[in-house]
Design a protein around this ligand. Structure first.
Ligand SMILES: [Zn+2]
Length: 289
């Protein structure tokens, strides 16, 4: 936010620096049990700047990274493209479902930049149906993958067969404190598995892409409805906010499209969220669970 080729009112205000709409990078979350080793939940195209903006993610030796692993929740480029930016001959451990791994690596000539030496990328398979708590190395964190309503990334829609691993949510648990974070950045609609995963969460990050189904159409910026892009609208009687309001713990919207009125600090939609106890994420947000 703003989007490079967008001159909508939100994007104009974000560029104008008035404070009415704050600029934001595309979402990536970093989690750690000890503050020493870190795991990234998705890797946005802006990952280099995001690492530099948060000193715990920067090197402590001439060649070093505290980033112990990366977890991908789907094949969308706003979640995966940053992986190619981490290409400076550094060993990476990537956790993903079989479907997401195949979608990123198969027939992708650019992936060769991450295959320059044996062991440059170690893939760890995330299980779904059923998901189970899997350790993130010896970090003291576990991850559980939850198959979530969604779809294949746009660039694979015509060449791949949909599967339950195409889009997942995560529950990250600190085995020492018992703290749980739920992370669902892409959600096409309600599902019992999501409700079960959120029930025990101390905090949750949730898909806040669009406020309404016809947001792009009404703004004259597109022809597809939110549901066509596998995003559950936030607003309205059937919206995700009505569902989230009844959940315990902190509830924070992420992955917010530049057209969404909740990005405007004083909008009626933003006030409605605040009244429901739902926050809107901004760069630099930190939580301790
Ligand atoms: Zn815009």
């Amino acid at each position: 936010m703003p989007q490079w080729n967008c001159g909508c009112e939100n994007c104009r205000d974000a560029r104008g620096g008035t404070g009415a709409v704050r600029p934001r990078t595309q979402e990536t979350v970093a989690v750690s049990a000890d503050g020493a080793s870190w795991f990234l939940l998705n890797v946005s195209p802006e990952i280099r700047a995001q690492i530099e903006s948060f000193p715990p993610l920067t090197p402590r030796a001439p060649r070093h990274s505290p980033i112990a692993g990366l977890i991908l929740t789907n094949g969308d480029l706003d979640h995966c493209l940053g992986l190619l930016s981490l290409r400076e001959s550094h060993p990476l451990t990537v956790y993903a479902t079989e479907s997401v791994r195949t979608g990123f690596t198969k027939d992708n000539v650019l992936y060769r930049t991450l295959e320059r030496f044996e062991g440059q990328v170690t893939w760890q398979a995330l299980a779904v149906n059923p998901g189970r708590a899997q350790p993130l190395g010896d970090s003291g964190l576990t991850v559980t993958a939850i198959a979530t309503p969604g779809k294949l990334p746009l660039h694979l829609e015509t060449t791949s067969t949909p599967s339950p691993g195409d889009n997942i949510g995560l529950v990250i648990r600190d085995t020492r404190t018992g703290g749980r974070l739920a992370y669902f950045s892409g959600v096409a609609g309600p599902a019992p598995a999501i409700a079960r995963a959120l029930a025990d969460a101390d905090a949750l990050f949730f898909d806040g892409t669009f406020w309404s189904s016809d947001e792009l159409i009404a703004a004259g910026l597109g022809t597809r409805r939110a549901e066509d892009m596998a995003h559950w609208p936030v607003g309205g009687a059937e919206g995700s906010a009505a569902f989230l309001a009844s959940q315990r713990g902190r509830k924070i919207l992420i992955h917010i499209n530049n057209t969404n009125p909740i990005l405007r600090e004083t909008s009626a939609e933003r006030q409605a969220l605040e009244a429901a106890g739902i926050e809107v994420a901004a760069d630099g947000l930190e939580l301790s669970l």
